[in-house]
Ligand binder design. Structure first.
Ligand SMILES: *[C@@H]1O[C@H](CO)[C@@H](O)[C@H](O)[C@H]1NC(C)=O
Length: 123
């Protein structure tokens, strides 16, 4: 009798437990720059600091495709502000990048480093 009850209860208990665990591990999506989007003269370093971006989260860049782009580059290319041979490059006005690799990620807009369209994030 007791084991029959357990067989019936076990899946229900599992579902209850998963409901508690799952939300904390769900990936979040961040709109870079919030309502300002991806454009010159926004302090993206302070934007990054105001979030707790984690491994598996997605960054969404919204921008004017006629002027700007998004590149994820190596640290070396980031310091040089050179978007050639980028890990990721898009120029279509809306770009989503999932941070699926642990470590530092470097983002920049080609030819717009001087306009502060640069930041890095550690996940
Ligand atoms: C950017 O890097 C590429 C090699 O990846 C190089 O050919 C090019 O000259 C660099 N551009 C500048 C402006 O330094």
């Amino acid at each position: 009798m007791a084991s029959t009850t357990f067989k019936f209860m076990a899946p229900i208990l599992l579902i209850i437990i998963l409901c508690y665990i799952a939300p904390s591990s769900l990936a979040a999506e961040y709109r870079v720059g919030d309502d300002l989007g991806w454009r010159p003269l926004v302090n993206y370093y302070s934007w990054v600091r105001s979030k707790s971006i984690q491994l598996g989260d997605t960054l969404v860049f919204n921008y004017d495709a006629s002027q700007y782009s998004v590149a994820e580059v190596t640290q070396f290319k980031f310091i040089a502000c050179n978007a050639s041979d980028a890990i990721f490059f898009e120029k279509d006005g809306q770009s989503s990048i999932t941070l699926s690799r642990p470590g530092q990620h470097y983002f920049m807009a080609d030819n717009h480093c001087a306009d502060q369209m640069v930041f890095s994030v550690l996940v």
